[in-house]
Write a protein that binds this ligand. Structure first.
Ligand code: NAP
Length: 270
């Protein structure tokens, strides 16, 4: 089964259309990384499709932590702005964690603050980190059984691997988190009922490591001369898995739909 994020994201957008007025998502892009610029543009376009305003904030790569914090403070106080997206990664000299944590919790529609992460982990109300939340929405839409299943998350970043593991745990999965220091990785991945590739290395997870019938979720996206690939090897995936997310058209569109969904929710509450 193909877990079609593209069509589910379109359906979610359709349902959100016209739900709110006079509400904006502020998108902050620091520097001129072309992939980040593309992601921010796609998020802005998705806002417009559902009737949200998009407030793009473009800052030069030389922006300091203090300057970025000042901009976030300004957006926190702007009543039109219902959600704030700070595109990851920011240039290395900026304290990204400090800037994420400066976003008001009510406007943390991308789920990046430490407070939001803590609340979500405790099962309390908070906006989830957009990519893992989108993955959970996709799994639930396709009625993939989660309870009691062994989920192996490969990657432990603050915006993807860690919140993914917490969300799957909250859904009663038994969760293993793997990272660059993990030993016997193929062996651990081979035990997974559900595997999440969040490594950032093209086709790093080999299909020969996977258990037959696995549900394979690929958060990775890489442009290669042979087309787009994810973090999980494409060849053989359709045969070995019971369900998988395609690249492109799986996790990526769900990330954007989740961001928009959470912004609309914020606009309704504030
Ligand atoms: P990241 O911050 O670079 O984290 C990568 C993780 O992979 C780290 O935890 C790292 O371990 C682990 N890792 C690296 N090499 C490994 C190895 N050899 N064996 C096992 N684990 C290894 O990346 P990210 O931001 O989480 O993103 C991961 C992927 O998801 C990327 O392909 C990115 O493009 C994609 N992504 C997609 C979306 C979307 O909207 N679709 C959104 C965000 C990210 P250590 O912690 O030990 O270094």
């Amino acid at each position: 089964m193909i877990l079609d994020g593209k069509s589910l994201a379109a359906q979610i957008e359709q349902e959100l259309k016209g739900k709110v007025q006079n509400a904006a998502l502020a998108t902050i892009l620091v520097g001129d990384d072309p992939s980040s610029a593309t992601y921010v543009k796609m998020k802005g376009n998705a806002c417009k499709r559902v009737g949200l305003e998009s407030l793009p904030v473009l800052l030069p790569a030389s922006t300091t932590t203090q300057q970025l914090l000042a901009k976030i403070k300004e957006l926190n106080e702007n009543l039109l702005v219902k959600g704030i997206l700070l595109q990851h990664p920011v240039p290395k000299h900026i304290d990204e964690r400090k800037c994420f944590d400066a976003i008001a919790i009510a406007k943390d529609v991308d789920g990046v603050t430490s407070l939001g992460f803590g609340l979500m982990s405790m099962g309390e109300r908070a906006y989830g980190s957009a990519t893992p939340k989108g993955i959970i929405t996709l799994l639930e839409h396709y009625k993939i059984p989660l309870e009691g299943k062994h989920a192996v998350v490969v990657g432990r970043s603050a915006i993807l691997g860690k919140p993914m593991a917490a969300m799957l745990l909250n859904k009663n999965c038994t969760v293993t988190i793997c990272h660059s220091k993990t030993q016997n990785l193929p062996n651990i991945i081979g035990q997974a009922d559900i595997v999440v590739g969040a490594v950032g290395i093209p086709e790093f997870i080999k299909t020969q490591w996977l258990k037959s019938g696995v549900v394979a979720i690929d958060a990775g996206y890489h442009n290669t001369p042979n087309g787009a690939v994810g973090d999980i090897q494409k060849e053989g995936l359709e045969t070995i898995s019971s369900a998988y997310t395609p690249v492109p058209g799986g996790v990526g569109p769900m990330t954007i739909a989740t961001l928009i969904q959470q912004t609309v929710e914020s606009a309704k509450w504030t």
